[in-house]
Design a protein around this ligand. Structure first.
Ligand code: PMP
Length: 361
C-alpha cells in the first residue's frame, strides 16, 4: 500500500493543507478557471511558432538568464516610462508571486490579503513558511481606503496582496486604496492586476503609482487577456532594486528559451493578441445582465468572469451544469458560483443551461 502524507516526514506547517485543485474535466464548455476561451489568433500563431522553432535550434545552450528581449518587450507593452530593469517575469504570475514571497515572506513573517480573494495567496505564503492572515472586505466585496489601511496598520504584515480587480468577485479596486495601504505599511505591497486588461479603458492601472514608491509591485499575466495560459508567462513592474532582490531566489535559467521566444513573439503582436478582449467584455456584460434577469444577482465585474449569488444550493447547480457539459467554479462563497465569460456560443450554452435547470427546479 502506498504511504499517506501523514507517513512522510513532511514539514509540520504543510500538514493538513490541500493543493490548488480546480477540476480539469474534459467538458465541452469549460468556464471554471478564467481562461481566455479564444485561441491565439491564426495570423500570429505562425510567427510565434517560427520564433519557437528558431529558439529550438539553440536549445543545447542555457537560455538568457536575464531574459533581456522579453523584458524589453514587457517594458514597451506596459509603457508608463518603464525600463527593462524594472521588469521581472516567470512561469506564470503564480511564480512571480512565489518569487516575491521567497524574497520578502518566509519563516517568521506575515502576508495578508482581503478575503474572499485569490486562493493561491495563502498557499504561496505558507509554502515559504510565512503566516497568512485574511483581512476583510465591506458590502458587495468592496474595499475602502480607511478600512484597508486600518487593517494593515494593525497587523503590520511584511507583504500585502491587493487583487485589482479582485478574483473571485470581479470587484474593482480604487487607486486610493493602494495609496492608503502603501502609506500604512513598511512592507511590500503587491497589486495583482491579472485581469486589468478587462477593466474599463479609462480606469488607471496601479502602474501610474509606481513612481517613487520603491515597495510597490504591480504583477500581471499573459494567461488571461493574451490567451496564453498554457505558455505560463507572468510578469511584474517595480523598482529596479526590488527586482535585484528577486534574483536571489529565482532558479538559474528559470524561463526556458522556448518560453522566452514564444512570449516575445506574442508581445510583438500585442494588439492582435488582445483583439478578443472587447468581445469577452461584451459576453461578460451579457452574462451579468442575463443572470440578473433570471433572478440571480451578478456582482459588478471588471474581469473576464462573473460571480453571482442567489443560488440556493451551489453544489447542486454546479453538478447540474456539469451534467449538461458546462464547467463553472464553486469558490466556496455561500449561495454563489463563479463563471468565466466564454465565446458567444459558450456563454449562450451556459445561460441556456442555467435557465433550463431553473425551470426544472
Ligand atoms: N492572480 C490572479 C488574481 C489570478 O486569478 C491568477 C490565475 N487564476 C493568477 C494570479 C495566476 O495566473 P498565472 O499563473 O496563470 O499567470
Amino acid at each position: 500500500m502506498s504511504p499517506s502524507l501523514d507517513d512522510l516526514p513532511l514539514r509540520d506547517d504543510l500538514r493538513g493543507l490541500t493543493p490548488y485543485g480546480a477540476p480539469q474535466a474534459p467538458l465541452p464548455v469549460a468556464l471554471n478557471v478564467n481562461e481566455n476561451t479564444h485561441p491565439v489568433p491564426e495570423e500570429v500563431a505562425d510567427d510565434i511558432l517560427d520564433a519557437v522553432a528558431r529558439a529550438l535550434r539553440d536549445v543545447n545552450r542555457y537560455p538568457d538568464r536575464e531574459f533581456t528581449h522579453l523584458r524589453e518587450s514587457f517594458a514597451e507593452y506596459l509603457g508608463h516610462g518603464l525600463t527593462p530593469d524594472r521588469i521581472w517575469a516567470a512561469n506564470g504570475s503564480n511564480e512571480v508571486l512565489q518569487h516575491l514571497l521567497q524574497a520578502f515572506g518566509g519563516p517568521g513573517r506575515t502576508a495578508m490579503g482581503f478575503g474572499p480573494t485569490y486562493s493561491m495567496y495563502p498557499l504561496l505564503t505558507r509554502a515559504t513558511g510565512a503566516q497568512y492572515v485574511a483581512g476583510t472586505r465591506g458590502p458587495d466585496f468592496t474595499l475602502d481606503p480607511a478600512s484597508a489601511a486600518a487593517q494593515v496598520s494593525e497587523l503590520r504584515p511584511d507583504v500585502v496582496f491587493l487583487c485589482a480587480p479582485n478574483n473571485p468577485t470581479g470587484t474593482p479596486l480604487g487607486l486610493d486604496v493602494i495609496e492608503a495601504v502603501y502609506d500604512a505599511t513598511d512592507g511590500i505591497v503587491i497589486v495583482d492586476e491579472a485581469y486589468q486588461e478587462f477593466a474599463p479603458r479609462e480606469s488607471p492601472s496601479a502602474l501610474t503609482l509606481l513612481g517613487e514608491r520603491e515597495r510597490l509591485v504591480v504583477s500581471r499575466t499573459m494567461s488571461k487577456a493574451f490567451a496564453f495560459a498554457g505558455a505560463r508567462v507572468g510578469y511584474l513592474a517595480a523598482d529596479a532594486t526590488l527586482i535585484d532582490a528577486l534574483r536571489l531566489v529565482r532558479l538559474p535559467y528559470h524561463l526556458s528559451a522556448l518560453t522566452q521566444a514564444a512570449a516575445t513573439a506574442a508581445l510583438s503582436h500585442s494588439s492582435t493578441m488582445l483583439r478578443m478582449v472587447d468581445e469577452i467584455v461584451a459576453q461578460r456584460d451579457r452574462m451579468s445582465a442575463t443572470l440578473d434577469a433570471l433572478g440571480y444577482h451578478a456582482y459588478e465585474s471588471w474581469t473576464n468572469f462573473v460571480l453571482f449569488d442567489g443560488v440556493d444550493d451551489p453544489r447542486a447547480t454546479w453538478q447540474a451544469l456539469y451534467d449538461r457539459g458546462i464547467l463553472v467554479r464553486d469558490v466556496g462563497i455561500p449561495h454563489s458560483l463563479r463563471v468565466s465569460a466564454g465565446t458567444e456560443d459558450e456563454t449562450t450554452a451556459f445561460l441556456e443551461a442555467l435557465a433550463s435547470i431553473d425551470s426544472e427546479a
